[in-house]
Design a protein around this ligand. Structure first.
Ligand code: HMG
Ligand code: MG
Length: 299
């Protein structure tokens, strides 16, 4: 195992956060090939799909087929979003290895995204956690809109802390901080982490920064200074969130891996193999992903 200080764990969210927001339908077997190529590139945590209402996120309505089509690979964990009892039941029926529950620090966003208030979402998650615990699988938590909400504007870090605390009390092993619309600059992340880290150890937090304005990578490096070592990224920079109009995809995994490796960090990911995985899914999408390092790798 790599030096703990210098090892960054990346959660690859391209197959979920990326594909959920792509206009072009992607065939199930192309998704499976993409996810398996990501695993071959060295990813050990891959968000494969979402067990959500198919009418709400039609792009991932083949969640069962995708998940059951994946070959188990040693050391690789396939994660899926499981926002309520039905989502976890459907996930478990597909052999789910790890679930993820998600809410937000903004009431308005939570309502649009999962049709619940923050309190209702936490109450629902009790059932999800109980099912996961009976099945012996871990669950990750997400808090969206940690800096700003597309409907409610700026968010108080104390509100984020409150929701993080509630998710951790429910038993999630980690909370991923969703900067959903990609407005944050490093100082926003510093202000947030100043508050969160007074109570929550850095090992329990991950950064999930969308890159709408090109500031996500700078925010990652600021978060590293605060001790965070876990980040979400989407290969090629695919995606966005259907309930955050105008938000671009996550930070591109290739951009993150390139910058980390050149800065002396290890990720276990092979950049060329990763770009190959992205190029495969790009063919199904019929469009060129926007990630800069991906484009540089191809030229
Ligand atoms: P609801 O409408 O409140 O659910 O949806 P309901 O309990 O009232 O049920 C209504 C119908 O949906 C019923 O069917 C249920 O069976 C069905 P009917 O009886 O009418 O035929 N149903 C389901 N079907 C399949 N799977 C399920 C499920 N649940 C109910 N799990 C729900 C509530 C949360 C399910 C819905 O609002 C939903 O699916 N939302 C998903 C939204 C989503 O996926 N958003 C994008 C992911 S989050 C994100 O991108 C942010 C993140 O990346 C971090 C960041 O960037 O900030 C994570
Ligand atoms: Mg996201």
């Amino acid at each position: 195992m790599a030096n703990k200080e210098k090892y960054i764990q990346i959660y690859e969210v391209g197959p979920r956060d990326g594909l959920q927001n792509e206009a072009q339908p992607v065939p199930t077997d192309a998704k499976i090939r993409y996810i398996e190529a990501l695993a071959r590139a060295g990813h050990t945590r891959i968000e494969a799909t979402s067990f959500v209402r198919p009418g709400v996120i039609p792009q991932l309505s083949d969640a069962h087929e995708v998940y059951t089509g994946l070959q188990n690979q040693t050391g690789v964990r396939y994660i899926a979003l499981t926002p309520n009892r039905k989502g976890m039941e459907n996930g478990l029926a597909a052999g789910l290895q790890e679930g993820a529950i998600f809410t937000a620090a903004s009431e308005a966003f939570t309502k649009k995204n999962i049709n619940a208030t923050i309190d209702e979402s936490i109450a629902r998650f009790g059932d999800v956690m109980a099912l996961a615990s009976d099945a012996g699988i871990p669950v990750r938590g997400y808090v969206s809109t940690v800096v700003e909400c597309p409907y409610a504007g700026k968010i108080d870090p104390e509100a984020v802390l409150d929701v993080c605390r509630r998710l951790l009390d429910l038993g999630v092993y980690q909370v991923s901080l969703g900067e959903t619309i990609g407005v944050a600059v490093p100082d926003d992340i510093a202000r947030l982490l100043d508050v969160l880290l007074k109570e929550i150890p850095a090992e329990k937090l991950a950064g999930h920064f969308h890159d709408t304005r090109g500031t996500a990578l700078a925010s990652v490096f600021r978060a590293i200074e605060f001790g965070l070592r876990i980040f979400d990224a989407s290969s090629g920079g695919l995606g966005g969130c259907p309930y955050a109009p105008g938000a671009a995809g996550n930070l591109a995994t290739e951009d993150l891996v390139y910058a980390l490796h050149r800065s002396g960090y290890e990720t276990g990911i092979d950049l060329e193999a990763l770009a190959l995985a992205t190029s495969g899914i790009a063919q199904s999408l019929g469009r060129e992903p926007t990630g800069r390092v991906y484009l540089a790798c191809k030229s």
